[in-house]
Write a protein that binds this ligand. Structure first.
Ligand code: DQA
Length: 148
């Protein structure tokens, strides 16, 4: 069995396709799942893709990774929590596995409150502004770093 990659998505990403298509594009959340699955399959890896609008649920998922050690890397689009949550950044260091931060839009070309990320300092890589392909690159990099 190849590397197991966990892809986590934060709030409002279930609304892709409906939400500000001029910023996030026309693709749906189901397309995110498909992109991640294809990227993992191309590398002989497996992927699990999750989304939540509940910060506590996301924290619990990260804690479970630390307890069970069942994933070799995490790809995360923390969405708005990127800019607000010390708790998520703190949790992401607990599993001691590579963290890849992905944003669909180029957060640095948007409002100034999106320029700061609590996650970037603990991330092995940060991908922004590549649309859904960012998840493909993120999963690919996560496989590169798995077991590294
Ligand atoms: C986002 C960018 C964030 O600033 C925003 O809050 C999101 C999505 C992105 O994928 O571009 O919800 O993470």
């Amino acid at each position: 069995m190849g590397p197991r990659i966990l892809v986590l998505n934060g709030p409002n990403l279930n609304m892709l396709g409906v939400r500000q298509p001029e910023v996030y594009g026309d693709n749906s959340y189901a397309d995110v799942v498909d992109v991640c699955a294809a990227a993992a399959a191309a590398r002989g890896a497996s992927v699990e893709v999750r989304q939540t609008n509940d910060e506590a649920e996301l924290l619990g998922w990260i804690h479970d990774v630390a307890r069970t050690r069942n994933f070799s890397a995490i790809v995360i689009n923390p969405a708005a929590w990127t800019h607000t949550s010390v708790a998520i950044a703190d949790a992401l260091v607990i599993p001691e596995i590579p963290i890849i931060e992905v944003h669909i839009s180029n957060v640095h070309a948007r409002e100034s409150f999106r320029h700061h990320s609590y996650v970037s300092p603990i991330a092995a890589a940060v991908i922004a502004g590549c649309g859904l392909a960012g998840y493909r690159y993120g999963v690919d990099r996560a496989v590169d770093l798995s077991g590294a």
